[in-house]
Design a binder for this molecule. Structure first.
Ligand code: UGA
Length: 439
């Protein structure tokens, strides 16, 4: 099929490349000149394992082109995917949908009457209806607008796009459903569930899923708070409850909590939209989910202070900056928040990360960075593991112990092999656990 993908950020670039991999003829539209030229030159503008190789391959096959704007070729497309961002509005919890509105205005002159428009961005429920009205006003025709939420995770984005655990489509008409079934045929042929709903349900599925995931993480972090004062172990607790299939063991890792461009923004936008709809109290609990999440960040500062006393002038090395491993995304990163809180408490903070330090230097110039792990750790009074990169999990604690001033590490992700570190002479404090009691 001939398709356009509008907006080539994380979601759009991955989706465009995945569609080209499936053999579709893809036109990617991106307004940001730097991002556009990167993609045209075969460079993925963010870190995502496997995606650069896939981009080079689809470019070589001629399955994809990248442009700044639509042109007459867009008129040939049977399907247009809307993938622009819906960031949090400054000074508010609500999502900003203005980029979606500009995307449909720019598309309208190039939209064939039978072409389908599929929204993939995460939106407040009701957005699609507004966009349909705008498209109808701009084209004079009733648009074939569908909502098709995306569930990819950073770090496994291409795999999640090509082999999703489900495809959800919100539709109003049969023609749109046929087109959407066709574009995903090679995926659904493998047995992937294809769920057809009304449009508001499809819009809600995405925010409901992310709210549930955020709730799971904050639930176990709340248990960690209780464990810390009662001598219990939140990691063993998660394991024990996770064997119950109704609970499941995934997304129950306690630590410094969730971050990134999706979970924090999505739960806030959901609260804002529910308020607008007059049912704010239905999701009031999400405010607690957010608060529990943010409390875990300050807990790390409390622990370091408890161990070292006044932090003024103490060197604290924060291991990790990205919001999770295998990503260079710093948006709402708990690691960055912890580094900033430690700095605000007077510590002399040095941030290390295997791949995202350029981004840290650019976006957080007040934070000192060091790209060599050993140099970063030298003379440190404490290390704080904030992102569970493999480099840290596999680091030799004895080698690190030899260079630090004080062998204290706070494991903010419960990622380290406790005994290995303790045997190398470290005092290890793991969030939600009383690991010293076990030795
Ligand atoms: C999340 C969802 O998992 C995807 O399904 C969704 O498509 C995506 O948002 C989106 O809305 O676009 P992502 O933001 O890539 O994906 O990251 P996750 O893997 O969900 O991790 C989010 C945060 O939760 C990370 O900071 C991670 O460290 C933290 N986390 C995750 C925990 O603290 N504990 C866990 O047990 C799991």
């Amino acid at each position: 099929m001939k398709i356009t993908v509008i907006g080539l950020g994380y979601l759009g670039a991955t989706h465009a490349i995945a569609m080209a991999e499936l053999g579709h003829d893809v036109i990617g539209i991106e307004a940001n000149p730097q991002r556009l030229s990167d993609l045209q030159n075969g460079k993925v503008p963010f870190y995502e394992p496997g995606l650069p190789e896939a981009l080079v391959s689809v470019l070589a096959k001629g399955n994809i082109v990248f442009k700044a704007d639509h042109d007459s070729e867009s008129l040939e497309a049977d399907l247009h995917f809307l993938c622009v961002g819906t960031p949090q509005l400054p000074g508010s919890y609500a999502a900003n949908t203005e980029y979606l509105h500009s995307a449909v205005q720019a598309l309208a002159p190039y939209l064939r009457e039978d072409a389908v428009v599929a929204g993939k961005s995460t939106v407040p429920v009701g957005t699609s209806a507004e966009l349909a009205l705008a498209l109808q006003a701009a084209t004079g025709n009733r648009p074939h607008l569908v909502w098709n939420p995306e569930f990819l995770r950073e770090g496994t984005a291409l795999e999640d796009s090509l082999r999703p655990d489900r495809i959800v489509i919100g539709v109003n008409d049969e023609h749109s459903e046929t087109v959407m079934r066709k574009v995903y045929e090679s995926i659904t042929d493998l047995g992937t569930p294809f769920i057809v709903t009304d449009i508001p349900t499809a819009e809600l599925v995405k925010v409901a899923a992310n709210s549930f995931l955020a709730t799971k993480i904050s639930f176990i972090n709340a248990m960690a708070e209780i464990a810390e004062v009662s001598g219990a172990d939140a990691v063993q607790l998660a394991q024990a409850i996770g064997y119950d299939e109704r609970i499941g063991n995934k997304f129950l890792r306690n630590g410094i909590g969730f971050g990134g461009g999706c979970l924090p923004k999505d739960i806030r936008a959901f609260m804002a939209r529910a308020d607008e709809l007059g049912v704010g109290s239905a999701v009031d609990f999400l405010a607690d989910i957010d608060a529990i999440n943010l409390r875990r960040r300050s807990r790390v500062v409390d622990l370091v202070t408890q161990e070292l006393g006044d932090l003024t002038g103490k060197k604290v090395t924060v291991l990790g900056a990205a919001f999770k491993p295998d990503s260079d995304d710093l948006r709402d990163s708990p690691a960055i928040a912890v580094a900033q809180l430690l700095q605000a408490a007077g510590a002399n903070v040095v941030v290390h990360d295997p791949i995202s330090l350029d981004q840290v230097n650019l976006n957080y110039p007040a934070l000192a960075t060091e790209q060599d792990l050993m140099v970063a750790a030298t003379d440190a009074d404490a290390l704080v593991l904030a992102t569970e990169w493999r480099e840290y999990r596999e680091a030799d604690p004895a080698v690190l112990a030899a260079v630090v001033a004080n062998a204290l590490i706070i494991d903010g992700r419960n990622a380290l092999a406790v005994e290995r570190w303790q045997n190398a002479g470290w005092r290890l404090i793991a969030l939600g656990r009383n690991v010293e009691a076990s030795i």
